[in-house]
Design a protein around this ligand. Structure first.
Ligand code: DQA
Length: 143
């Protein structure tokens, strides 16, 4: 089973960006965590990170016919991007939304999520572990 993990803007700054909110582990550590969890679960995973909305839309479109599932942390675009929602709907690939922090317990503007209108599950506030939970959901549907 092939899973595409998409990380949106500023997630590449993990470890540097607001460590009191996002923790001190960096983006490389997150990628390592995702890849090692995927390998334990027998999933094949590609990780894509971009700071650009259109690049994320392009990547979702290119996933059509190539991936069985998407794990998406659209970061700030979560709260603004109808284009990312429409791209998910366009390709119809099962998707799970992940956020490191609990977006429902922060500023009001973070409470609205466009990807959540498509994703079959949203996992929030569990840090890196949220990505493992998302991958596990796909591994379970596969077994
Ligand atoms: C985030 C939450 C978003 O509100 C924020 O813009 C991010 C990270 C998270 O993983 O907690 O960049 O998606």
């Amino acid at each position: 089973m092939k899973i595409l993990v998409i990380n949106g803007p500023n997630l590449n700054m993990l470890g540097i960006r607001e460590p009191d909110i996002y923790g001190r582990r960096d983006y490389k550590a997150l990628c390592y965590y995702i890849m090692s969890t995927a390998s334990d679960l027998g999933l094949s995973v590609e990780i894509f990170q971009s700071n650009h909305e259109g690049a994320i839309v392009d990547k979702i479109q290119a996933a059509y016919g190539a991936f069985d599932g998407i794990v998406i942390n659209a970061a700030a675009y979560t709260h603004t991007s109808v284009a990312i929602l429409d791209a998910l709907k366009a390709v119809g690939i099962p998707a799970v939304e992940v956020h490191l922090t609990d977006i429902n317990a922060r500023e009001d503007f973070r409470k609205r999520s466009f990807p959540a209108l498509y994703c079959f599950e949203s996992i929030v506030g569990k840090g890196f572990e949220g990505y493992a939970d998302a991958l596990r959901l796909f591994a379970e549907t596969n077994s």
